[in-house]
Design a binder for this molecule. Structure first.
Ligand SMILES: [Fe+2]
Ligand SMILES: [Fe+2]
Length: 239
């Protein structure tokens, strides 16, 4: 779906808000074309920041004082590299967990169950990639006290996998758990997961990204393919 919106009446200060309002509900498969009378770059960058990096866009200068910008959901564009794939997978996992948490908070444990199980399966694949494929492939420097980003990641993964397995045990039987039994675990997990992903994206992914830039393109492409196959459940790091 694509439509065109004319925001050429808005000055730069106003455009920050109107452009955000125009793109904030863009879903996958949708794009919007916006006409402006000032350079929309800053406005779209700000909108993208508020929308957790969910946008991709291209801008055309039509002539004096006239721009056309096409904005899409970022997932509609093929991932650029492994870091992009992993960052997207963080968002997907966050979304599944947030929906499960929301259902628990609403007292609807039944609706939370399939979301939680899908999250847990996706999380195990994601951690298989990070622990068993990429940690070895990138071989980043470690310190003996475990304070380096790789050691931190591996330690946090053990904690997250443990917490996830614990929550899953409550959903093993046909009988659903009481909200009060599981909601504290969901709340803790939500915070742990967000901090972990933030630390990875801030401390570790930039190192992986610069290593990828130096790798032969065929090797980087083969690694990307392997990562995507593991995340899709087609294989494992060991397989
Ligand atoms: Fe991780
Ligand atoms: Fe991750």
């Amino acid at each position: 779906m694509s439509n065109e919106v004319d925001l050429s009446q808005d000055n730069a200060a106003h455009l920050q808000n109107t452009l955000f309002q125009t793109v904030k509900d863009l879903h996958r498969g949708e794009s919007v074309v916006i006409r402006t009378s000032c350079d929309p770059e800053q406005a779209v960058k700000t909108a993208n920041l508020h929308l957790r990096d969910n946008l991709t866009w291209s801008t055309q200068t039509l002539g004096e004082g006239s721009w056309r910008i096409t904005v899409k959901h970022r997932f509609d564009v093929e991932p650029k590299d492994i870091v992009d794939v992993l960052t997207r997978d963080h968002k997907r996992l966050d979304d599944l967990f947030a929906r499960a948490l929301h259902n628990v908070n609403q007292g609807d444990v039944a609706a939370a169950k399939p979301l939680l199980l899908e999250f847990a399966e996706g999380l195990r694949r994601h951690i298989d990639v990070e622990d068993h494929l990429l940690t070895g492939s990138f071989n980043a420097p470690r310190d003996p006290f475990g304070g380096d980003p790789t050691s931190t990641m591996l330690r946090e993964h053990q904690e997250i996998l443990g917490n996830t397995a614990l929550i899953e045990t409550y959903f093993e039987d046909d009988e659903l758990p009481a909200v009060s039994d599981v909601s504290p675990f969901f709340a803790i997990m939500s915070g742990t997961l967000a901090k972990h992903e933030f630390r990875e994206e801030t401390n570790l992914f930039p190192n992986w990204y610069s290593a990828l830039q130096k790798a032969p393109p065929e090797a980087a492409a083969a690694l990307l393919q392997k990562v995507q196959a593991i995340l899709a459940g087609e294989t494992t790091a060991a397989g």
